[in-house]
Ligand binder design. Structure first.
Ligand code: FAD
Length: 396
């Protein structure tokens, strides 16, 4: 049974969200890919917010029918959205990554001003960690944030790149060094920067091989000033805030990978059962069974690991207690997406690399970013090995 970890209520929710996305997202999916139709993305984000689905992660704010909403359901939303259109899913996953620290750490007035509209689907958010010289090694970031005491304002100088939703967001959560005299883990802070702040600019957006329709770009901070109240949590507590979001993001990414993998697999199965080669169905050939069988077990493994991590989180586990399981979910699901996308193209032959014959080539291009974003596969392996060998520190 593929959805072994899910309850009947969870399964009913999956059917509900699938119906919703079939109605609201599926009719726009082709335009998001073909025309990079951002307005379509915005409309579906609004619809999700209006229906209350952006609040699944936040039990105190959620008003829907689920008795215990949580990461399990947010992960299902990601999975089902990624199944239909991965670019769209990245937009909401990023908005949730922005909402999460706002919910946990923002002052009440900032929470009200920025979190509420994100959860209602009327605003978009971004998280800004990656820089030109700093990706996986996020502790080495060069962005500086200093407090201007007389003005009671934080002043941000730095440059972030690969920022999802850049130019489209209403609010940017930015990490930077506030105390350069200590190790970055103890001298980093996070602030909320509104999109209309003076000194904020967007030098360029990127042109990716896949994920067409979402927007990712650079964000530059040139003496950007925000009020004292825009600090998240305490000064110099930014690294912990960053780590605090990683487990939840990895489970969500597990859902994204799973959705992309399943969308490829469905195309492959359909083709293998209908296409005739050498007088027989393609799927009757042993070399093709092998690919179908391997996609099948990899998808099951990805699903079990992803919902194990989500269920553990919903049961109250987080931090180091969940690090290995969340990293495994992200690693296996995203690598499975790439594997299934590749084998599906192979099974389809020429049709697999042609835009005119379905989505296989799109899924192949989309999937490739998954083992890189949100912490690469190599970083996930480091986290897993670190938990398995507590007596030594793997050499990064
Ligand atoms: C589409 C997209 C959207 C993104 N959205 C966001 C966003 O919204 N916000 C944000 O802050 N960032 C975002 N990112 C950035 C993303 O998180 C980084 O790309 C990722 O963390 C890797 O960093 P890097 O690209 O600098 O690669 P690097 O860190 O330079 O790594 C390059 C390669 O080397 C490997 N590597 C690095 N260190 C080691 C080591 N010690 N041992 C072995 N291998 C190693 C990595 O795994 C990778 O394969 C996004 C990226 C993409 C592509």
């Amino acid at each position: 049974m593929r959805d072994f970890f899910l309850t009947d209520e969870d399964r009913a929710f999956r059917a509900e969200i699938r119906d919703f996305l079939e109605r609201e997202l599926a009719p726009h999916a082709a335009a998001i890919e073909r025309d990079e139709d951002w307005e379509a993305v915005r409309r579906v984000v609004r619809a999700l917010g209006t229906a209350g689905y952006m609040k699944l992660m936040f039990r105190d704010l959620y008003e829907g029918a689920l008795s215990k909403p949580g990461l399990t359901h947010a992960t299902m939303l990601s999975e089902e959205a990624a199944y239909l259109n991965y670019a769209f899913e990245t937009t909401i996953a990023t908005a949730l990554s922005c909402a999460y620290p706002l919910h946990a750490h923002a002052r009440p007035e900032i929470r009200e001003r920025y979190l509420t509209p994100i959860l209602e689907g009327s605003a978009i958010g971004s998280v800004c960690m990656t820089e030109p010289n700093v990706g996986s090694d996020s502790a080495s970031m060069e962005t500086r944030i200093r407090f201007d005491k007389p003005a009671r304002e934080w002043v941000i100088d730095g440059f972030k790149r690969y920022i999802s939703n850049a130019t489209k967001s209403d609010i940017y959560i930015v990490w930077g060094i506030t105390d350069p005299d200590v190790v970055p883990q103890k001298g980093m802070s996070a602030v909320a920067v509104p999109a209309d702040s003076a000194g904020l600019s967007f030098p360029r957006t990127y042109d990716f091989m896949g994920r067409r329709g979402c927007v990712v770009g650079e964000v530059a901070f040139d003496a950007v000033r925000v009020p004292e109240a825009n600090l998240l949590g305490q000064e110099n507590a930014g690294f912990r805030i960053m780590l605090g979001a990683f487990n939840f993001e990895r489970a969500i990414l597990g859902g994204s990978g799973l959705g992309v993998a399943r969308s490829a697999f469905d195309i492959a199965r359909e083709h293998a059962q209908h296409r005739v080669v050498f007088g027989q169905k393609l799927g009757q050939k042993q070399l093709i069974w092998d690919m179908v069988a391997e996609m099948s077990w990899r998808i099951d493994a990805a699903e079990l690991l992803t919902y194990r991590a989500a269920k553990m989180y919903d049961a109250g586990m987080d931090g180091k207690e969940l690090m290995r399981e969340a990293a495994q979910a992200k690693l296996v699901s995203t690598e499975t997406a790439v594997f299934c996308a590749d084998r599906t193209v192979q099974i389809l032959g020429g049709d697999g690399v042609t835009r005119q014959f379905g989505r296989a080539e799109q899924i192949y291009r989309d999937a490739r970013a998954l083992p890189i974003v949100g912490g690469s596969s190599e970083m996930a392996k480091y986290l897993i090995a670190a938990r398995e060998m507590p007596a030594i520190k793997p050499n990064l």
